[in-house]
Design a binder for this molecule. Structure first.
Ligand code: FRU
Length: 488
């Protein structure tokens, strides 16, 4: 039940949210009720509704002592805030309730497993941060932390595993019982995904290491999400401090997926490893199975590496669109969840538009809460195609495609912050022998681009005046079919 800190947070958010005008929030991307949001947590379907919790610091638009914020939705796109679910006030989480996941127990209660953080003073006077896995049980609104927390403490770590980097349990349940995959920094300093088993969700034992980083994919891993998709095992991790590799990986935090099968020792043997979102703002995704059998993923539409690019509002951080996942040709494909299709209205379309000037505008093709399908017809002689959003030419967010090299780029440099945050990122599209199809979804302060039916995806936030809604096209002759809908 609510302790003093949680009561304080709940009172604070009710009071403060009234000061935030709806116009300065995205329409169907979840933002924090007030203050700061990072990772999605406990994404699940419970009692007929989707629940999405999140890393939350209500009192500031910067990261701080982590609470769990809470929202629900019946359709994944219209979210309502609920009172904060947890505050960092237990004996084992007084430095933070870090990320975790959720499912429904057989008795109908909502089960949460998350990382409790606390510091332990050593004999030499230094303090060591401990991260341990804790449980809370609730009814969809109020949660009680389990009195015997932590349920997975340091004694269950493999030899040499770091007590300070041991977090973000991802839970699943099958006929054999409960399983969590937890990220840990192993004795060699690199990330590892550990599997723990439990008959009931309360008593856990270490089972095996699912996969080890081996120094190839950054250092520590965070936020593992392990899920079956189309007969493949898919492990998603947010890998810290990666080194750039061509267009595939960039320096810093990358979200990557390992797609493969398990061997006889239940080790994941990847057949392919690739980036999930090639844009700037994407981290810590969680994926679930929906009641109708789809796999749907939501991520924090932000990255730690560019968190200095701020919006100056009373909230900071937002989630991505829900995206349906599938595995095709050894890759993870993403498409906007079909619930978004039902928000489409007021269709405007143009066929075979020849774009041979700069900053062409088309009647009715504008908006900040908008869904656009563009087909760029195969052309050998064009050297560029760009679209500008959310600002006047020269001061806007830009999506560009180079038909010669098949490189797609998102760029917000001209509306960037004075800080040295990342403002531009590119990826290379593979199958560009045919027409290129792009689906572009704008929601007030963001753009998400799904290329080649979701083979590659790029997301980026841009915090420009939401009243400026023009969309411009520039090229030296590309031919395009353009269909635009507003989203309600
Ligand atoms: C990832 C992360 C998690 C951690 C949480 C803390 O963004 O660092 O590993 O649980 O954020 O807020």
């Amino acid at each position: 039940m609510a302790g003093d800190l949680l009561k304080k947070a709940r009172e604070y958010e009710i009071k403060k949210e009234q000061e935030i005008k709806e116009e300065v929030r995205p329409h169907f991307h979840l933002t924090p009720r007030v203050g700061w949001m990072n990772d999605p947590n406990g994404f699940s379907f419970y009692n007929g509704e989707y629940h999405l919790f999140y890393q939350y610091h209500p009192y500031d638009t910067n990261w701080g002592p982590m609470h769990w914020g809470h929202a629900v939705s019946s359709d994944l796109v219209n979210w309502s805030h609920l009172p904060a679910a947890m505050a960092p006030e237990g004996a084992f989480d007084n430095k933070g309730c870090f990320s975790g996941s959720s499912l429904t127990l057989d008795d109908g209660q909502q089960y949460i497993i998350y990382t409790g953080v606390y510091t332990l003073a050593k004999e030499d006077g230094n303090a060591v941060e401990h991260q341990m896995q804790c449980v809370a049980i609730g009814n969809g609104l109020d949660y009680t932390k389990y009195e015997l927390n932590p349920v997975i403490g340091p004694s269950l770590l493999p030899k040499g595993g770091s007590v300070s980097d041991f977090r973000d349990p991802h839970i699943s349940k099958d006929a054999d019982g409960f399983k969590v995959v937890v990220a840990n920094r192993a004795a060699d300093g690199f990330g590892s995904a550990l599997v723990y088993n439990s008959p009931d969700g309360f008593t856990w034992h270490f089972d095996h290491e699912l996969i080890h980083n081996n120094g190839k994919f950054g250092t520590m891993w965070e936020c593992p999400c392990y899920i079956d998709i189309d007969d493949k095992k898919v492990l998603i991790v947010s890998a810290m401090e990666m080194k750039a590799e061509g267009y595939e990986f960039h320096n810093g935090g990358n979200v990557i997926c390992f797609i493969g099968n398990e061997d006889e020792n239940r080790h994941l043997v990847p057949e392919n490893v690739h980036t999930i979102d090639y844009g700037i703002d994407f981290y810590a995704p969680q994926a679930i199975k929906t009641p109708d059998g789809r796999t749907v993923m939501i991520a924090w539409m932000q990255s730690w590496d560019d968190a200095s690019y701020r919006n100056g509002l009373s909230w900071f951080g937002q989630m991505t669109l829900p995206r349906e996942l599938s595995v095709k040709n050894g890759r993870l494909y993403q498409r906007p969840a079909r619930e978004i299709d039902s928000l489409r209205h007021d269709k405007i379309s143009f066929e075979d538009v020849v774009i041979n000037k700069d900053n062409l505008t088309l009647d009715g093709i504008n908006g900040r809460v908008t869904d656009i399908d563009i087909t760029l017809k195969k052309t050998d002689n064009c050297s560029f195609f760009t679209m500008g959003f959310g600002g006047n030419p020269g001061k806007n967010a830009i999506l560009s495609f180079d038909p010669q090299s098949s490189v797609l780029t998102l760029d917000r440099s001209s509306v960037g912050s004075g800080e040295g945050a990342v403002h531009k990122r590119s990826c290379k599209l593979e199958n560009c022998n045919d027409d290129l199809k792009l689906r572009i979804i704008l929601d007030t302060f963001s753009i998400e681009v799904f290329a080649n039916e979701g083979e590659k995806v790029m997301s980026m936030t841009f915090y420009t005046d939401p009243e400026i809604d023009n969309i411009t096209f520039s090229s030296d002759g590309i031919i395009a079919d353009i269909v635009k809908y507003d989203l309600k």
